[in-house]
Ligand binder design. Sequence first.
Ligand code: DX5
Ligand code: ZN
Length: 218
Amino acid sequence: MTKVFPSLLSADFLKLQDELHALEKAGVDGVHFDVMDGQFVPNISIGFPILEAVRRGTSLPIDVHLMIDNPEAYIDDFCEKGADKVSIHVEATPHIHRAIQKIHAHGKEAGIVLNPGTSIEAIRPIIGDVDFVLIMSVNPGFGGQAFISSSLDKIRELKILREKLGLSFRIEVDGGVNAETAQQVVEAGADWLVAGSYFFNQEQYAQAVVTLKGEASS
Ligand code: DX5
Ligand code: ZN
């Protein structure tokens, strides 16, 4: 069953509580929370105060995507301030295994993220230790970018590897996901979809959930 996680990066921050209520009503599976540090990626986004506000404002699972250098230094804080899932980039730290252990020590789900230019080989040693793998289908840093179609091969490759190893991690896809690309990534093997600009540009969030999941519209 495909899950949908709207990226709050494209939400209206002046009306965050209204947005969260609308997302709950629309039947999303959680919210995706993008953290950028201006170092690992060329943009700065949101951090602890907003995470705490979102935690107070909803009971939906919060999927924190850390696009920051040295993520292990901040994992405790993100877990304590409201994250349910935390994902870290394999490119962002030489201590990826320790970082995953840290997330698990808080009882949270741990994810590993791959940039478009990173091959699955890079996560092979730790693939048995994660709850989900996030395939970036744009270069991280900004919402509203075009889907990179070579990501589809990577999703297929990852799904095959999961079967071969008998593992059960979920495959999440983030970047340029819209009505058209959602269908392609789900066919390729994605379990979880992150959608920012497409989702929040829709008038009816409930319809966006249905469309992204590829369910028949009512
Ligand atoms: C990009 C972020 C994404 C972003 C997706 O660096 O990780 O989560 O919000 O936005 P769209 O869906 O507009 O590509
Ligand atoms: Zn993201």
